[in-house]
Design a protein around this ligand. Structure first.
Ligand SMILES: [Zn+2]
Length: 310
């Protein structure tokens, strides 16, 4: 067994609980990653599994003073409980309590998308903005809403589920039971599905993006996605008037192939006011885990994360 470097100060554990895997990361006060790892999610027994991972980490790192847990679904962040998470088959589970009971170390729980927004706000593309919305575009679409320096989770902990707001009424059907949802047209999965529907070709959103301008179907599918996103961002901008919009998730890797047409359409829909800036997320896929580590530092009573530079 390799010796673990003796830590002189406290360390913090971020645990990202997803439908396929659970990923963790231990960060010290300087923001250096002491260790990270992952294992397959045991959907039959998520809470005991997370408790076991927590106990193992607490045993390996005696300086561990806080756990930050993140997961998808409906999360009661005050109680540290999962109200409902379809991909994890969890309903009414006090996940933070499970880890505290297994380790004796304080734990906090946050929605994974909001945690990514928290990390972008403190350490990434949201720095310096007191209000922004962060939209990760991947398999699905949601937004994290930072207003006046704090994240808004909503009256029922379901703020930001814009992926299921219809943008084309009566449009193509969505897995949520509605039609014309943003996600159907503009998620990476939706773009690939619409292209396959028209051509019979099963190719990813990345290949479709590269074919814009040469392949007419790719051009139409990509253009419709951009239009759907611009509509959604227009509604949100006119509602909450944020300073900045941050686009994350897999689709953000398209860079200006996505952002340039999106900025143009968005600006053209906002007829009587200027458009807020649209920028790309800085932390990529690691945003959620950094958010979990920040949460761990906070619950451990430290504000050292203000100096972190992931
Ligand atoms: Zn939907």
């Amino acid at each position: 067994m390799s010796p673990v470097m003796a830590s002189t100060g406290p360390v913090f554990a971020g645990i990202d609980i997803g439908g396929t895997s659970i990923k963790w990361m231990i960060v010290d006060e300087a923001g250096a990653i002491a260790t990270q790892g992952n294992e397959r999610t045991d959907r039959e027994a998520v809470a005991p599994q997370v408790g076991r991972i927590g106990a193992r980490l607490a045993g390996e790192f005696p300086g561990l003073v806080g756990f930050g847990l993140i997961c998808p679904g409906l999360v009661d962040e005050e109680k540290g409980a999962v109200i409902y998470a379809a991909n994890l088959e969890l309903r009414g589970v006090e996940l933070a309590r499970a880890v505290e009971d297994a380790t004796g170390v304080p734990a906090a729980l946050m929605h994974d998308g909001r945690a990514a927004g928290l990390a972008e706000g403190l350490l990434g593309a949201g720095r310096g903005a007191s209000s922004f919305l962060m939209m990760p575009i991947g398999t699905g679409i949601s937004v994290a809403l930072m207003l006046g320096g704090s994240l808004w989770s909503g009256a029922t902990f379901s703020a930001g589920e814009v992926g299921h707001a219809p943008v084309f009424p009566g449009g193509e059907s969505c897995r949520c039971g509605s039609r014309g949802c943003l996600e159907v047209y503009a998620s990476a999965k939706g773009i690939a599905r619409r292209y396959e529907q028209a051509t019979g070709e099963d190719t990813g959103a990345k290949a479709i993006e590269k074919a814009v301008g040469t392949d007419p179907v790719a051009t139409e599918v990509w253009g419709t996605a951009v239009q759907a996103l611009a509509l959604s961002l227009t509604h949100m901008t006119l509602t909450v008037d944020v300073e900045r919009i941050i686009i994350g998730g897999g689709l953000s890797h398209a860079g200006d192939n996505l952002l340039a047409p999106l900025r143009a359409q968005f600006a053209s829909m906002l007829t009587f006011r200027d458009a807020p800036e649209i920028v790309r997320a800085a932390l990529g896929g690691a945003g959620g885990r950094w958010g979990a580590a920040i949460l761990a530092a906070r619950v451990g009573g430290s504000s050292c994360y203000e100096r972190w530079q992931p």
